[in-house]
Structure formats: C-alpha cells, structure tokens
Design a protein around this ligand. Structure first.
Ligand code: SAM
Ligand code: SF4
Ligand code: SF4
Length: 335
C-alpha cells in the first residue's frame, strides 16, 4: 500500500535523530548562548532505544518507506551506533541507509559503519580555513584536516560520500571556491545549502542568506558555465549542476527555491515523536505506543493517520503572515 498525504506526497524517507547532543556549537544551529551547560538535553530514558527505532522503521516499510537517514545532533556521539545500523540492515537488504555527520569522529568510525551495513555518509563541512571553521562550529578541539581525513577514509572503505556546506554571507562565502576545488579534486560531490530559518535561536536574517544562484555565479567564474543535470528525481533535495568537465555541484535552495511539493520526508526525534516538516511547531508522540507494547501494525496505523492529514509546506509559505513563531530546533528534530 502506498500512503500519501493531503498533498499527494508519499512517505518515502525517514530521518531519525539519534541524539539531541553535539560536540560542535555551529552558530547557525546550536548557538552556545542557547545550548550551554544549562540547556536541558534529553535524559537517557527518554531517548528511543535502537530496538525502538528499528521497530518504527519496520512498521513503515509496508507503507512505502525506502530510505533512512540517521542524524541528530551528532549521530556518531551515540554509543554503538553500528548496532542500530545492523538492526536496520537486517530489516531489509535493499533499504537505503545514510548518515549525516559533522565528520569529527568519522575517521575512527568509517570502517565499522560500512561493515554494519551503512550505504552512504553526508559530511557537513563549512570551511577549510581552520579559523573560519572553528569560529563557525564554535569549537577549538576539532579541525577541518581531521574531517578531510574522515571523508577520504569513508570513500576508501566504500561508503558513498557527499559533502554539505552551509553558506552564511560575510562569514564563510570566501570558502566556497577553496571547498569546491578541494572536493572536485577528490571527486566527492559537494552541495551548498542556503542558510535557513530553522528553530528560534540562530538569529536568521534574509540578508545573511547567499542564494544558490549567487553561488553558481561565483563557481562558474572558476569552473566555466554550469549546466543543470537532466533526469534528476523530483524528491532529490539538491538541484545538480555540472561543470564542463563533468563534476557536479548540488544546491539546496530551500529559501530561494523551495521544494515542498516533492517532500517525502518524515522525521523521528530522539524522544520518539514524529514530525511531518522541518519547520513544525510540534510532533506526534509515538514513544508511548512503543512503550505500551504496540505492534508494528499499530505503529504503522498511527503514523499513517498522521501522514494522511499532513499539509505542511513551510518553505513555500515563508514570509506569509501565518508563519509559526515557535519552531522546533534542528538539532532536536534532526537535519
Ligand atoms: N551534526 C550532523 C551534521 O552537522 O552533519 C547532523 C545534524 S545537522 C542538524 C544536519 C545538517 O543541517 C548539517 O548539514 C547542517 O549544516 C545543517 N544545518 C543546521 N542548521 C542549519 C541552518 N540554519 N541552515 C541550513 N542548514 C543547517
Ligand atoms: Fe552539531 Fe550538526 Fe548542528 Fe553543527 S549542524 S551544531 S554539527 S548538529
Ligand atoms: Fe518538507 Fe517542510 Fe522542508 Fe517543505 S519546509 S520541504 S514540507 S520539510
């Protein structure tokens, strides 16, 4: 059975936030003044167990689920994450399992992630220049060098690898070309993400957004004209453009070119709530059903009933009067 929402969008992808904690404090995601020592991170017993996450996944497979993305917070901070990947892989050998990470711990984890059954990693990296990187990620412990080694290692062990860069105007736009040159030479796809107004704490302003088209303009001065890649799947979040040499850049333009019409993603927060949009104000509790020994059929029915009512298209309505003022934080819901 294929489940569709009120806008005829199927549920194809589930993003699971495995933890709301992180070893970075990226200024656009977890600004330290809001995520300092006083921040009430989730207590351990509120986190879904790996068995519970796999149970939710199993309940959605008959409804058309095809992809899982593990995220957070920083997913590699959660202990024995490979156990979750093994549980998920055991459910379905053809399930596409990806993980988004800041890459700080990737070098040490890449081989075991691959062995456990992970297909792909997406690594976030916003600068090669150490000072710019450390100021954006608000860390002194981690360096772009180690993340680059992790990216190379992931590719070497056979994981699919992509890199994501969030661009904030006046902060890391000078890093666009160095990053582009680095990943073109490594043959690793690079995607640029427009700085988004997620959550309530990152002091988002439209003036700080560098649009995908401005980034393309800059790249084309260095790499030659960029041409849109034909035959892209509608549900792909990034629009791909190719250089004359055939290297592809991706652009995730959720501010200047929203893509809600093709959004097939549900999100499961670390404490077991389903969110139907990245910009949702509240989630739907699934943990209670899990902890009352609900069956996969019951969980599937509960999520199906949430999904059929789904009407979200926040990015397309951005700026309209009815925008919510208390959105959930991205580090909680999972990017
Ligand atoms: N910690 C992991 C990481 O950074 O890759 C996974 C979670 S993080 C929330 C997922 C993605 O969201 C990252 O690529 C990050 O750059 C992106 N992100 C976070 N805040 C953002 C914002 N305000 N605008 C655009 N992208 C954002
Ligand atoms: Fe952590 Fe990722 Fe958010 Fe940066 S973007 S603070 S690495 S969760
Ligand atoms: Fe999907 Fe919501 Fe983003 Fe639109 S704003 S693409 S509905 S997550």
């Amino acid at each position: 059975m294929t489940l569709v929402d009120a806008r005829n969008r199927p549920l194809r992808d589930l993003r699971i936030s495995v933890t709301d904690r992180c070893n970075f404090r990226c200024t656009y995601c977890m600004p330290r003044e809001h995520f300092g020592p006083q921040h009430p991170f989730l207590p351990r017993d509120e986190l879904l167990t790996y068995e519970e996450m796999a149970f939710v996944t199993a309940s959605l497979l008959p409804l058309g689920l095809q992809k899982i993305r593990l995220t957070g917070g920083e997913p590699l901070l959660r202990k024995n994450i490979t156990t979750l990947i093994q549980h998920l892989r055991a459910l379905d050998p053809s399930l596409d399992i990806a993980l988004t990470t800041n890459g700080a711990l990737l070098l040490e984890h890449a081989a075991s992630l691959k062995e456990a059954g992970l297909n792909r990693v997406t690594v976030s990296l916003d600068a090669l220049d150490e000072d710019t990187f450390q100021s954006l990620a608000d860390t002194t412990k981690h360096t772009p060098k180690v993340i680059l080694k992790g990216i190379q290692k992931a590719a070497d062990v056979g994981l699919g690898v992509k890199v994501n860069t969030v661009v904030k105007k006046g902060v890391n736009d000078a890093e666009i070309l160095p990053l582009a040159e680095q990943f073109e030479s490594m043959g690793v796809p690079l995607r640029f993400i427009e700085f988004m107004d997620v959550g309530n704490t990152n002091a988002w302003k439209m003036e700080d957004v560098m649009s995908g088209s401005d980034i393309r303009e800059l790249l084309s001065q260095r790499f030659g004209p960029l041409t849109p890649v034909r035959g892209q799947q509608a549900s792909e979040v990034a629009k791909r453009y190719s250089t004359p040499e055939g290297y592809e850049f991706g652009f995730i333009e959720s501010v200047t070119s929203p893509f809600c019409g093709d959004c097939t993603r549900a999100r499961l927060s670390a404490n077991g709530q389903i969110y139907t949009c990245l910009f949702a104000t509240e989630g739907h509790d699934i943990k209670s059903i899990l902890r009352m020994d609900g069956t996969t059929q019951e969980i599937g029915e509960a999520i199906a009933s949430i999904w059929t009512k789904r009407n979200d298209r926040y990015s397309e309505e951005r700026g309209a009067k009815n925008r919510p003022d208390t959105k959930v934080e991205m580090s909680f819901i999972g990017g």
